[in-house]
Design a protein around this ligand. Structure first.
Ligand code: KG4
Ligand code: ZN
Length: 349
């Protein structure tokens, strides 16, 4: 079954063709980092305007790279939420019209729930181009039940999945998302949006024990997160220095902040495994690109007997392939969207 996945929830317009929820035939991502970086964050109005221009070419390119004709598509998965309402509406309105005209079944997908499905994907995203998902060797396939930690720019969420379509929310952030904290700390040090990858790079040359930022565990048994305090602690630390930050200070702040966030993410993810009696763990979402998080989760998995699955970075950040995979499983389970479904910026799990 060939499913087209379309993702437009935030600042990326993405489309992909995936066969049987597993094999990526194409994956095209049109990023807007060039537009938003000078504003220090995403400007919703600019994001949706650019989506209007990119939706048709991105879908066309995904079909072309997959080498398939429209008539061969058996279903469409489209992000229904959560996200920016203006951005979501572009992808959803396009999908409704497209599905109606060509008589293709479609289904609304929860973006956050779709992220972990990246570990079930393999294949390549069409010819190596700047916009295509890079080819990667197939990952071992995890078995259910499994715990998934989704760490992105807007969400930090723990789920237990019993099947592809049955899942339970275990915990989530009470304030800032992990990615948001990375972006804000990067901004405090003078870097443009999104700053997570920059902090990751700088942290490699810094001392993670240089500054002891308090780890926000909330309580020993809580599976919720809170990252706003640590961001304020970084702000206070920077103000305390007063002068312009030296290169060494920037590297040490990056490493110390990152270590504190990674400590909490790893601790809570493995606590969720322990509480649920589950020994398969997925890390997904843009922050799962973080090299220290990947390293620490793999190390901890080895000592705890938990199998850790982390997608290649190109499938951690936003892409259409995970939406296609989620769409495939929902359509197989009998779910269908219709012309009345609406974008939901706060779509629940
Ligand atoms: O999942 P994603 O691509 O988009 C959302 O759904 O939000 O996640 C984007 C987030 C941004 O906050 C970005 O700074 C962060 O992922 N990110 C990273 C790294 N690469 C991307 N954070 C830490 N380390 C990285 N290497
Ligand atoms: Zn995302």
């Amino acid at each position: 079954m060939l499913v087209l996945g379309i993702e437009s929830s935030c600042d990326d317009m993405a489309a992909a063709v995936v066969k049987d929820g597993r094999h990526i035939l194409s994956s095209v991502v049109s990023s807007q980092d060039d537009i938003h970086k000078k504003y220090g964050g995403i400007v919703p109005e600019l994001a949706s305007r650019r989506h209007i221009e990119t939706v048709v070419p991105v879908v066309d390119e995904a079909l072309e790279q997959a080498g398939i004709k429209l008539a061969e598509i058996n279903g469409i998965g489209i992000t229904q939420g959560p996200g920016l309402v203006g951005s979501l509406l572009i992808g959803l309105s396009f999908t409704k019209a497209f599905a109606y005209v060509y008589d293709i079944p479609f289904v609304g997908v929860n973006h956050i729930v779709a992220h972990p499905l990246a570990v079930f994907l393999n294949g390549r995203g069409g010819p190596a181009s700047k916009t295509a998902v890079k080819p990667h060797t197939p990952l071992p396939i995890p078995s259910f039940p499994l715990i998934a930690l989704v760490v992105s720019g807007g969400h930090t969420t723990l789920f237990k999945f019993d099947t592809f379509v049955d899942y339970t929310l275990l915990g989530q952030t009470r304030d800032d998302a992990a990615g948001e904290a990375f972006d804000k700390v990067a901004k405090l040090m003078g870097f443009s949006y999104p700053g997570g990858a920059v902090v990751d790079r700088l942290a490699k040359e810094g001392d993670p024990s240089a500054i002891n930022f308090k780890r926000p565990y909330i309580s020993k048994d809580s599976l919720d997160f809170s990252f706003s305090g640590i961001k304020t602690a970084v702000l206070k630390h920077i103000k305390g220095i007063g002068d312009e930050l030296s290169e060494e200070e920037i590297k040490n702040i990056s490493a110390s902040f990152q270590e504190a966030v990674v400590d909490v993410l790893v601790e809570k993810a493995f606590l969720a495994c322990r509480i649920s009696g589950v020994n398969n763990l997925i890390l997904a979402g843009g922050v799962a690109c973080n090299s220290r998080l990947r390293e620490r989760a793999i190390e901890r998995g080895k000592s705890n007997g938990v199998k850790v699955f982390i997608p290649p970075p190109s499938l951690c950040s936003d892409n259409g392939a995970v939406i296609a995979a989620a769409g495939y499983h929902l359509i197989k389970a009998g779910k269908r969207g219709d012309i009345s479904i609406d974008a939901d910026p706060n779509l629940e799990y």
